[in-house]
Design a protein around this ligand. Structure first.
Ligand code: SF4
Length: 513
């Protein structure tokens, strides 16, 4: 049992802190394609540096360590209850060691279990096979990309593409639409798994199962292979790009599976995975629990090691305007900022995500937020023996969830800048214009890169919401983000949405007869 637990612990740590070789190769290929000096190329460079840092520090690649999903094959006669117990113990240990963020929340009370265990967490699927070893595969899929999953029930009317019927061409339209609707918000460049058929539940499961296939795996079904090739060739023409900043690299992999369905139903489900495609596996000795082999480590391993200097050089090449901000920020400083500017933050910023935004609507803030910068982030934090907090991972979370509150809160407390990922909607854009505020887009998933910019944890409030949801007061240096919504009514997100919808419409005509 002890050895089994240790092997599973190693699998969890390695999956959270390292990317499989096929994913590394896909990211390297995307970098090659992206035009040097663009916002998208800058993002890919930051992502690469982050991957390298996580690997070296054995720290989480992204602060959202996702929903752990284990797919396990056991020989007949192996005790699955014992394996489950080993997984629970390993999960708890990995959380304690800061390799996983406490991510399991009671759906009714909002209470975080603190150890990543709870009803339905982690997800564990067992099946039996006739080999004499145990095969354990793990995916850590973050909430930001999970929220971009989508299911279609055919026939359907799709924005930009018209009618999608119950045939291969209808499926093609659904997949193209799924990439469009994600708008890079689940931290593109991404990967999709597609499930055709089944009922609503099994269709989604099939889609997620596809994410266990390697990026270079070739579909044995001719029709599905054709579909995968088509999507890979054309989805990148939508121009959504990394982080939805526009650009060449939107989709890095597409895997499609099909199963039988009821005559009355026709589901197409898409599981969207961000660039932080954390998927690894091990083959275990069934007696000892020892690791006999690592999975997904085949082929060339590419080190994605852009240095900070290279990132800066790329920015210089593009002649991007760089502005330094330090709170308290004035309205005048904000009004000078325009979409496309790179902002470097020094000094204080404060985290706030769903629970804090909800709380601030009805209550006073625990500190004076006038002129301050709010960071949509749920960090991974560890307390040392002296009681001091340390940031282990601190990338941005999806901002659109705060859309109902953001504008009101900025006005109520005098907040000048909010930072997150994926952009916000028209309500916030209007408030930015009226109040004199700005939205900054940090690079989604670059949790190590940003943790490195945090020089001190100056305090924490509202800890009753749990570590990811509490308000952390952070002192930062050289914290870079891009202005994607300014106080003059401009939104890069709205522009990319509009242009990608126009391009999507070019794929309206039937391709597969
Ligand atoms: S990279 Fe983005 S979508 Fe993926 S887990 Fe991190 S924050 Fe979530």
């Amino acid at each position: 049992m002890e050895k089994l637990q240790e092997s599973i612990y190693q699998l969890i740590v390695e999956t959270s802190t390292n990317l499989p070789n096929d994913v590394r190769r896909a990211i390297a290929a995307a970098k090659e394609k992206e035009n040097a000096g663009t916002r998208a190329a800058l993002s890919l460079s930051t992502i690469s540096e982050n991957i390298q840092m996580a690997d070296e520090k054995v720290s989480p690649i992204c602060q959202d360590t996702g929903m752990p999903t284990f797919e396990i094959k056991t020989p007949v006669g192996v005790n699955q209850i014992k394996i489950k117990k080993a997984i629970y113990a390993a999960m708890e240990q990995a959380t304690k060691d800061g390799k996983l963020r406490p991510n399991s929340v009671d759906s009714l009370t909002g209470q975080n279990s603190g150890n990543n265990l709870g009803e339905g967490t982690p997800v564990i699927h067992f099946s039996q096979w006739e080999e004499d070893v145990i095969d354990v595969r793990l995916i850590l899929k973050g909430g930001g990309c999970e929220n971009k999953n989508i299911q279609y029930s055919l026939p359907a009317e799709l924005e930009g593409l018209g009618r999608a019927g119950r045939d291969l061409d209808g499926i093609r339209k659904c997949i193209m639409h799924s990439v469009y609707q994600a708008q890079g918000q689940g931290c593109s460049a991404g990967f999709i798994g597609v499930g055709i058929g089944g009922d609503r539940t099994t269709s989604y499961s099939l889609a997620k199962e596809q994410l266990f296939r390697t990026v270079d795996d070739v579909n044995p079904n001719e029709d599905l292979k054709k579909l995968e090739d088509y999507v890979m060739e054309n989805a990148n023409k939508l121009g959504i790009g990394t982080m939805g900043f526009g650009g060449e690299a939107t989709l890095l992999g597409c895997k499609v599976g099909a199963m039988n369905r009821l005559p009355a139903s026709f589901f197409v489900s898409v599981a969207y995975n961000c660039w932080a495609y954390r998927r690894l596996g091990v083959v275990l000795d069934q007696q000892s629990g020892d690791i006999k082999e690592w999975l997904y480590k085949d082929g060339e391993r590419i080190d994605l090691n852009d240095t900070t200097e290279e990132v800066a050089a790329a920015a210089e090449k593009k002649n991007v305007r760089e502005v330094v901000l330090e709170a308290p920020v004035t309205e005048e400083q904000i009004r000078e900022l325009k979409v496309g500017d790179v902002v470097i933050i020094n000094g204080m910023m404060h985290t706030g995500r769903d629970a804090i935004h909800h709380h601030l609507m009805e209550h006073d803030a625990p500190i004076d937020l006038n002129g301050q910068i709010i960071y949509h982030c749920g960090p991974v934090m560890l307390k040392d023996d002296q009681g001091n907090w340390h940031v282990k991972a601190a990338g941005p979370t999806t901002s659109i969830r705060e859309e109902p509150y953001q504008g009101d809160i900025m006005k109520k407390f005098g907040i000048r800048a909010v930072m997150g990922k994926g952009g916000m909607g028209p309500k916030t854009l209007k408030a930015l214009q009226e109040h004199g505020g700005v939205y900054l887009n940090a690079i989604g998933g670059a949790a190590q890169y940003y943790a490195d910019c945090i020089k001190a944890v100056k305090g924490v409030d509202l800890m009753e919401f749990g570590i990811p949801e509490a308000m952390w007061h952070l002192e930062v240096e050289g914290f870079a983000a891009i202005v994607t919504m300014d106080s003059h009514g401009n939104s890069l997100h709205a522009d990319v949405d509009k242009s990608s919808l126009e391009k999507l419409a070019e794929f309206k005509e039937p391709v597969f007869k």
